[in-house]
Design a binder for this molecule. Structure first.
Ligand code: GAR
Length: 228
């Protein structure tokens, strides 16, 4: 029987990150369960994936709400009804109100397809290619009211090859996302992560920029940046 913290995954699209986290819960790599998958788009592939995996799922179409605040209130209600401890944004393409974000402060994670602080917002891979960057990547971070600006927990970098277009790069980065997002969720579930005074902490130490680029940790495993 699954046990441990209960996770809500909010998504708008395909749901491959949700599936990676769900599989890690099934194998016990993440000692928790996804208690709710919520999409804001009826056709979102994440809902089909959740159905196949036997995970409770629902759609809350944002168009049915008169304001961003009303939508976020309904969202909060669904998460409370499912009795969730952690909220994981996995391709959730909605800007959340500051009220919602503050309510889940420290328990709200996001994955963003760039090496933050580079390229917050949209079209991240094309922007990295256009800038002539050598690497693209993804970042898992705590969510704060400012968009894509919360403290980073873990990043994965991938080399940009000359032949890469944005689609190919997105595929390469997605593979790394499926590695780092379950890892960050596991850290949270194990009580190793904290958001304090605007800083992300792991194992009682601040995760700073230097630490993000260190290749190994005390356990001899790759730590916060996973480069290909
Ligand atoms: C992921 O690449 C994630 O980084 C991105 O959406 C994709 C969702 O894929 N998130 C954002 O762009 C958030 N601003 P998935 O539905 O297959 O997990």
């Amino acid at each position: 029987m699954p046990s441990g913290p209960r996770i809500a995954v909010l998504a708008s699209g395909n749901g491959s990150n949700m599936q990676a986290i769900a599989e890690a819960c099934t194998t016990g790599n993440i000692p928790a369960e996804i208690a709710l998958v919520l999409a804001n788009v009826e056709e979102a592939g994440v809902l089909k994936r959740a159905a196949t995996l036997g995970i409770p799922h629902t759609c809350l179409p944002h168009g049915a709400f008169s304001s961003r605040g009303a939508f976020d209130q309904a969202l909060g209600e669904k998460i409370r009804q499912a009795d969730c401890d952690l909220v994981v944004l996995a391709g959730f393409m909605r800007i959340l109100t500051a009220d919602f974000v503050r309510q889940y402060c420290g328990s709200l994670l996001n994955i963003h397809p760039s090496l933050l602080p580079k390229y917050p917002g949209l079209n991240t891979h094309q922007r990295a290619i256009d800038a002539g960057d050598s690497h693209a990547g993804a970042s898992v971070h705590f969510v704060i009211p400012e968009l894509d600006a919360g403290p980073v927990i873990i990043q994965a970098a991938v080399a940009i090859d000359e032949s890469d277009d944005a689609t190919r790069l997105a595929q390469k980065v997605a593979q790394r996302e499926h590695e780092i997002y379950p890892r960050a969720v596991r850290w949270w579930v194990e009580g190793r992560l904290e958001l304090r005074e605007g800083i992300a902490w792991k194992d009682g130490r601040p995760i700073d920029d230097n630490r993000l680029t260190e290749p190994t940790d005390a356990e001899g495993q790759r730590r916060n940046t996973v480069a290909s």
